[in-house]
Design a protein around this ligand. Structure first.
Ligand code: NAP
Length: 280
């Protein structure tokens, strides 16, 4: 590792976001409003339980209320929809987060669509996604927004850069691609059928890894001086890029853990506070 490598510190970016939010939460409390995030966990996936717990703890530390709804693995789509509708109608709930993934027998898309757009703080509804594509979403998906926030925090230019995004999921690869496009990057979106992936990744000034496979992006694929953003979070705290090898070529890189993850949570808090502010 040389001196010129920039480690993009997600904890620091997250803290800057939370510092800015603290005053806003205080102002809301003076008006008798406590921002409230409802999290819905269906089933007993240990990783999902951890994510939901982390989000609840982060809320508490900032004075945001969190309402945890835990449903059994046997919950039907109809039952889940009824829970979401109840939260939609509850004026004390400002944001709703349905933890992905839900058990296979549930229609996850129908459940996401049931979330009121005004409470869709994780940008999972079709309308929220479409608004993000047009560049005016109130709440873009949190992980894509976190990636852009990291670039902005470190004043890394996006405009005119070639961004290569590996992954095209509706919550991550696609929305981050559109956000970078809206910021005037030239964007290439890769997926499991992309040919010569190593060569394509090698053309990226910005490389976003959103694959869900540990250490998938190889150091040798990275263009010298590229900026690498690793959204991956695999068991054992391992990202989607081979960190040490990519660090050797990159000018800047997010580590895992303490990269994109904490900024994603801070973004969720920010969206929840904004949703509460819109209601007063
Ligand atoms: P996903 O829905 O499984 O999507 C994975 C994407 O990777 C798909 O588009 C898939 O292509 C593509 N892919 C799979 N194998 C590939 C290959 N061999 N070559 C090129 N592309 C390939 O995953 P996700 O929900 O987007 O999550 C991706 C990663 O981000 C995971 O590690 C997840 O844990 C992490 N994540 C982190 C946060 C955070 O807060 N840090 C939040 C959400 C997700 P096809 O479309 O062709 O199948």
């Amino acid at each position: 590792m040389t001196e010129s490598k920039l480690i993009l510190d997600g904890a620091r970016v997250a803290q800057a976001i939370k510092d800015e939010l603290a005053g806003r939460v205080h102002k809301l409390s003076e008006r008798g409003v406590t921002p409230c995030l409802a999290t819905i966990l269906v089933g007993d996936d240990p990783a999902s339980e951890t994510y939901v717990r982390m989000k609840g703890n982060a809320c508490r530390r900032l004075g945001i209320a969190s309402r945890k709804v835990e449903l059994g693995a046997e919950t039907t789509t109809e039952e889940l929809l009824a829970v979401i509708r109840g939260l939609n109608e509850d004026p004390t709930v400002h944001g709703i987060l349905l933890q992905h993934p839900v058990p296979n027998h549930i229609d996850e898309r129908a459940a996401f669509e049931a979330i009121d757009l005004a409470k869709d703080v994780d940008g999972v509804t079709t309308l929220g996604f479409a608004q993000n594509a047009f560049g005016f979403a109130a709440y873009p998906s949190c992980t894509p927004a976190a990636i852009v926030a990291i670039l902005d925090h470190y004043r890394i230019p996006i405009e005119g850069k070639h961004a290569v995004v590996v992954g095209r999921s509706p919550i991550l690869g696609k929305p981050v691609s559109l956000m970078l496009l809206n910021r005037n990057a030239t964007v290439t979106i890769c997926h499991s059928k992309t040919r010569d992936l190593d060569r394509v990744v090698g053309t990226g000034d910005l490389v976003v890894a959103a694959v869900g496979k540990p250490k998938f992006i190889q150091g040798g694929w990275i263009k010298e001086g590229a900026v690498v953003l690793d959204a991956g979070y695999n068991p054992g705290n391992v990202g989607d890029v081979d960190y040490e090898a990519c660090l050797a070529r990159a000018s800047a890189i997010t580590p895992v853990p303490a990269g994109v993850g904490p900024v994603t949570i801070a973004t969720l808090l920010k969206h929840t506070v904004e949703a509460a502010e819109r209601r007063v």
